[in-house]
Write a protein that binds this ligand. Structure first.
Ligand code: FPP
Length: 226
């Protein structure tokens, strides 16, 4: 039987190169990238089998970028969330942030939590944005949250203390590099990995559809035999 795709995770790489290839500033690539987030979320929301889309928008390592780029990304994120609220509500999309948002400005934290609150009753696709996210940081925070002096900590205890609780089925990275970049390491233990040279601002739902078709044909054994 063909694989079902429940949870897709994407490393949206290549914004900077997309802009530089056009003689523009890197931030122009992020701006275009945000539009692609809308396209891909629409596609996933229309595709009833897909329940969760988790997008890597800002990593715990991205603070090392030039201050102006970081500042632009923060502003873009706030603008994006405000603009997208009607889209979330009209499409029954629940918004969720994963990562340690306490490092963001008060203003941005408020926009993030308000968007979560306002979309919490939506029952269609969950769009998770990984914001100041790193899988190691997520694991450390999860472990520190577990209060179980009586007995051994189990896999279930850890999984349910993570920001992102759902295993990833399909892990996609755009932009040509073949690495995981500290993204959803626990949840991707049995994910199928797809890497494409397409830069994120050029990524389309047609390419995503084609990746999903390939994903369906893979024999997933989860360590067992068929
Ligand atoms: C990686 O491309 C991309 C990022 C670090 C940021 C991702 C952000 C977006 C897609 C736009 C903003 C998103 C939202 C939801 C508002 P890169 O800059 O590393 O590109 P490069 O590898 O070509 O330099």
């Amino acid at each position: 039987m063909a694989n079902k795709v429940n949870h897709i995770a994407i490393v949206m790489d290549g914004n900077g190169r997309w802009a530089q290839n056009r003689g523009r500033q890197r931030i122009a690539g992020h701006e275009r990238g945000a539009e692609i987030v809308r396209d891909i979320t629409t596609f996933c929301s229309d595709h009833k089998e897909i329940k969760q889309l988790t997008l890597y928008a800002f990593s715990t390592e991205n603070w090392k970028r030039p201050a102006l780029e970081v500042e632009f990304l923060m502003k873009l994120l706030g603008k994006y969330l405000k603009k997208e609220l009607p889209f979330y509500l009209n499409n029954n999309v629940k918004f969720k942030a994963i990562g340690d948002i306490s490092k963001f400005s008060r203003k941005l934290q408020k926009i993030i939590t308000a968007t979560e609150e306002q979309t919490k009753k939506c029952t269609g696709l969950t769009q998770s944005l990984a914001l100041n996210y790193g899988a190691r940081n997520e694991l450390v925070r999860a472990v520190n949250r577990i209060d179980k002096p009586c007995c051994e900590v189990t896999e279930n205890d850890i999984a349910s203390a993570l920001d992102c609780k759902k295993d990833v089925d399909l892990f996609i990275r755009t932009g040509g590099d073949h690495r995981l970049s500290n993204y959803l390491l626990w949840q991707s233990a049995y994910a199928e990995l797809f890497f494409t040279d397409t830069l994120w601002p050029d990524f389309t739902s047609v390419e995503l559809e084609s990746i999903i078709s390939d994903f369906r044909t893979i024999e997933r054994r989860f360590g067992g035999i068929k």
